[in-house]
Design a binder for this molecule. Sequence first.
Ligand code: NAD
Length: 487
Amino acid sequence: MSPHALPIPDLPTGLYIGGQWRDAADGDRVEVFDPATDAVLTSVASGGPADGRLAVDAAADAQEPWAATAPRQRAEILRRSYELLVANRNELAALIALEGGKSRRDAEGEVAYAAEFYRWFAEEAVRATGTVQTAPNGDKRILTVLQPVGVSVLITPWNFPAAMATRKIGPALAAGCTVVLKPATETPLTALAVAQLMEEAGTPPGVVNVVTARRPGPTVEAMLDHPATRKLSFTGSTQVGQLLLRQAADRVLNCSMELGGNAPFIVFADADLDAAIEGAMVAKMRNAGESCIAANRFLVEAAVAEEFAVRLAARMSALTVGPGSDPDNDVGPMINARARDDIAAMVDRSVRAGANLRSGGVVEDGPGCFYPPTVLDDVAADDPILANEIFGPVAPVVPFTSEQQAVGIANRTPYGLAAYVYSKDLARAMRVAERVDAGMVGINRGFISDPAAPFGGVKQSGLGREGGHEGLLEFLEAKYIAVDWGV
Ligand code: NAD
């Protein structure tokens, strides 16, 4: 496919630094693929360490004037960005479906979700309020003001290429921080499209910079080592997050980390099973299971486990699998062949270990990185598939016999991002929600993402929160001023 076939024909493919679109210093470029066909879509500039440093320089130059810009004015730019994202939703959704392999419906949902972060943080920009109090011994006033952290390096994954960018850029700009965004190598085009729209919305040069990179390691290291960088906000795997936390330690950078998950989806026998199946389809199949909050382990009370698995398998098998460019398809390809092969290996191992394959599980020949919606049941509580983030359309069903056992299995993981509980007994659902190790819990619902709510994890799923008022605070620091004002 030629670059002219992209849904946004005039999309720039350079680095965006200081308000200019430019080539990498060494002229390097990296190809972008369509995972549904394996075809090369186009290429983008691949920034190296020198480009990373240049982008931080640009963000540093813009930092003071941006922090001094009235909150209302910063808010208006975010509001205009929201409106432009909404106005361009069809083109953006088509681009996300193309480079990320998402179904068209999921891509449209992502654009709406991404845009909402700009609307929410436009509203939050004028609410960074401090406090004033009298010291306990009465000798002074204690003023606490909130100030922008400063230049922030933002790193995003491929699975939500628009929303993970706006979930960071929105609060950063609202707080008065300038940013360098390093999008995932697999999905750079969406990030460039978002930057282009923000330019159109009147974002001053240097406030938002974007550096795409073939080899993210050295480029990001150069950005984190830059003396002007004050913050790292990362979304991605726990493994890369751990590596970046170690690098960030050298300069004691302020860090927000949104990492991997392994969400339990707990269904008690007294649950409304129709609602549980609906919720399971959303929690499992949004973005074909390539979501950090995807239900990864279905823990179902033994009395209804088989019925649940049979009904889920019927619904999963009815989904149509194919390229996201065809709006009739429900499930797109995995991001690349390695991801598909890893999922296939996990399922095969689980079946060899005794799990029952209810549906799917067989990779068809042909182009593209497709994996079929798959249900496994009678999965043993110690099956290795339960220890990993599957990141694909696979639902392992594990029977349990008591609330205590369900919570024990749910918490038997180093992760703690999302969890889901289905029961008509709200007291029990609340009890389990409070005992489960997770930053977010859905009770009798499978869809929990909301820009107005704090999103984030405990244990090895991360540090800090995005969205809500908490998301703004991640980009602010408290300064205490002791004042004698003479009364
Ligand atoms: P990844 O960790 O491989 O990559 C994430 C980002 O880090 C990409 O931009 C990548 O280019 C960059 N990166 C990779 N290696 C790097 C290095 N050595 N130095 C600096 N940067 C590097 O993750 P992914 O495969 O893109 O995304 C999937 C993962 O993201 C899953 O684990 C998923 O759970 C997680 N995720 C978490 C959330 C959340 O909010 N908690 C949201 C979405 C995705």
